[in-house]
Every structure is written in C-alpha cells, then in structure tokens.
Design a binder for this molecule. Structure first.
Ligand code: SF4
Length: 388
C-alpha cells in the first residue's frame, strides 16, 4: 500500500465540513436541474446528498434563481442539512443576495470582466470577499483553462496552463492582500494532462492553499471516469488535493454516481489499486461533454451527447475531438479548441468546426449535420475514410 503524505494545506471551513488542514478529501457534486424548478432541484440535492456528497453546488444566474435556491435550502434543511455552494458566473453582483443561503461561493476569474467593465477586477474581488466575510461563507477561486481571463490568455499565448496557473495565483494574492484567506482554488480543464500540470505547478508555488480537483467536461462514463481517474491518481498520490468533483454527463436521476465514483477513486488510490492505463489511452476519438447544470438550455442535451458518442464510433481510431456543451455560458468558448463543437440553445444546436460556426440546427437533424462534418474533418486531416 503506498504511503500518501498529503501536502499540509490550511484548513478552510465550509458549512459543517473542513477542507484542507489534514481533513479527509471531501467529495462534491452539482445539481443539474433548472434551479427554478424547485421540486426537481430539491429532489436532486436530496439524491446527491444521499449518495454521500459533502458539498452540493447549485447554479445561480438571476434573482429568480436565488429565490428558488432559498426555497430549496429551506426545504432540504428540514431533513438533511446539506452543505451548499453556489456557482457565480458573469453576474458577480448576485453574491450579496446569494451568500445568506449558502456555505461557499465559487467565482470564475475568467468571467469577472464581463459586467461593469469600468470597475477593476481587484475591486470586484474585494466586493466578493467582503460579502463572503459578512455572511460567513468560504470562497473558491475556480479557474478553467477554457475560459481564462483574456488578459492572461494574451500574456501567455500558447501556454494555456501557464495562463490558468497565473490567473489563480493573481487571485490568491488579491484575496491575501485583502486579508481573506478562507478560500480554496481549482484549476480545471477537459484534458487531464493540463489538470495534472496546472495543479502541480500551482501547488509547488502555493503549497498551503487547499486544492479542489476536477477534470471538467470529462464526458460520459466510462471514458469520463477514466480521464478523471488518471488525473486524480497522479495528483492525490503526490499528496495534492483536498476536495474533488467527478464531472460526468449523466441523466438527472444518476447524478449520485459522481459522488460514488469520487469516493471509489479515493479509496482505490489509498488502497494502492491504481488502474493500469494503456500507453495509447487518450489517442483516437476524444469526446468531451459538460456534466450539465441548471443552465442547460434543453433537457435533450444528455441524450444528444450520448447520440453523438454512438454516431461517432465509426471514427474511433482518429485523433479528433468533439465537444458537446449544454449552454451559451460555456458553450461558445469551450468548443473553440475542439475539431467539432456542439453547444445547445433552447430550440436548436449550434454546430462548429473549430472556431468557425457551421450552422444552427434543430435537435432532430443536428446529428446528421454532425456526421457530415465529421466526414469532412476526417478528409481534411488526411485520414482514410471510415465506414459506419
Ligand atoms: S456548459 Fe453550461 S450547462 Fe454545461 S455544465 Fe457548463 S454551465 Fe452548465
């Protein structure tokens, strides 16, 4: 059995749990239902809590979402007392109305520049930290390689991992200068290699900051689990990581699997049960898809991701990446680096070839269009034509 020496990080209290400071690795998940569907979201939080989640995240993009969250919180507190966190995207000003209802707020440094552009990022961070302080909540600085602050992207050019790490470091410095240290950091990407590299680099510079691990848009089981497992095996066995989330594209009723899978991976690593991964894992067709959340534009998303995966199997030998994303918040940006990107709108799906928009298609025809585009990409890359 390997002896894993966790890096000594500082303790951060999040509701009833402690992250870092030697506490067991906490496992998180996120509600995928529409936040304003109070019945469904209450059921989803209850289901994820029953699966053993230490912390459950809910997306909030509007005042109506916050009102719904407050109602969900009131309902679940009658019986199960889960720790709740919220995911702020562009509308960082929601922090003050959402903070009374949660134990942690996650903000994405790459999304802070969208609103109130005349205001400095430092002032926005100061505002979020002040709100967190007032309402006794922790923060997560959640950096995503695919939506990094444009200033950092420009500065680091092709070194997107460098941009991600520097963005996280910059925000930790701002929070430290403000005297706010009750935070954790995450550095995520859909490519497990970048997750490993980014977290290693960050931990070597700020070893005391607790890290939340995750491979974002890992996709559907089993591939999504394998990608995540590889990243976690590398990092946790080096003592890096204080909390984690396994992001999987799953139907609502199966969302508890994110938690059980996370626990299974941790248990396996501590027991020395490392999965041997063939040297060529990661070669060939790579399908990434988001885990979906309240922002998903159409509930057909999970089925669409599954259908794209099944349709594209004929091209499984080819080094091609297809990204399937659930909404306009992360869809346009997170599909830019894929050969083929699909991101969902309420009534149709946007299809992309790299950064170029190919068209917007109804849900019932987009699969045929994707198939045609896949054939085109195969030809452009000079691969031999594949047959279904
Ligand atoms: S892409 Fe959109 S729907 Fe999917 S997890 Fe991200 S925010 Fe949620």
């Amino acid at each position: 059995m390997p002896s894993i020496r966790r890096k000594p990080t500082r303790a951060v209290r999040i509701g009833t749990i402690q992250v870092g400071g030697g506490a067991p690795i906490a496992v998180q998940s996120m509600a995928a239902t529409k936040t304003q569907d109070i019945e469904a979201t209450t059921r989803q939080v209850t289901l994820i809590h029953a699966a053993g989640a230490d912390l459950i995240r809910i997306a909030c993009d509007s005042k109506k979402d916050v009102e719904a969250l407050a109602e969900v919180r009131a309902r679940v507190m009658e019986s199960i007392h889960p720790n709740l966190s919220v995911d702020l995207q562009e509308n960082y000003r929601l922090a003050e109305i959402v903070a009374p209802h949660v134990d942690k707020i996650r903000y994405n440094p790459g999304h802070l520049w969208h609103h109130e552009r005349e205001k400095s990022i430092r002032d926005k961070v100061a505002y979020i930290a002040e709100v967190a302080e007032q309402h006794d909540v922790a923060l997560r600085v959640g950096v995503n390689c695919g939506s990094v602050d444009p200033v950092m992207s420009e500065r680091f050019g092709d070194d997107d991992v460098g941009a991600m790490v520097e963005s996280a470091l910059e925000h930790t410095r701002m929070l430290d200068d403000l005297g706010f240290t009750r935070y954790v950091v995450s550095l995520k990407d859909s490519d497990w290699r970048k997750v490993v590299e980014g977290n290693r680099r960050f931990a070597s510079i700020r070893p005391e900051v607790p890290l939340h691990l995750g491979v974002t848009e890992a996709g559907m089981p089993p591939d999504g689990i394998i990608k995540t497992r590889i990243a976690f095996e590398q990092l946790i066995s080096e003592g890096i990581g204080d909390t984690l989330r396994v992001s999987l594209t799953l139907p609502f009723d199966d969302k508890g699997q994110e938690v059980t899978t996370g626990r299974e991976i941790i248990d396996d690593i501590y027991a020395g049960r490392f999965r041997s991964v063939p040297a060529n894992f990661g070669e060939g067709l790579n399908i990434i898809s988001c885990p979906s959340c309240s922002r998903v534009e159409n509930n057909a998303f999970v089925e669409l991701a599954q259908d794209v995966k099944a349709m594209a199997q004929y091209a499984k030998e080819y080094q091609i990446t297809i990204a399937v994303m659930g909404c306009r918040v992360n869809g346009p940006g997170e599909t830019d680096d894929a050969d083929i990107g699909l991101w969902c709108g309420p009534l149709g799906v946007n299809l992309k070839h790299g950064e170029e928009v190919v068209g917007h298609y109804p849900y019932d025809t987009v699969l045929n269009e994707t198939r045609a585009l896949l054939d085109r990409v195969i030809a452009e890359k000079g691969f031999a034509p594949a047959s279904a």
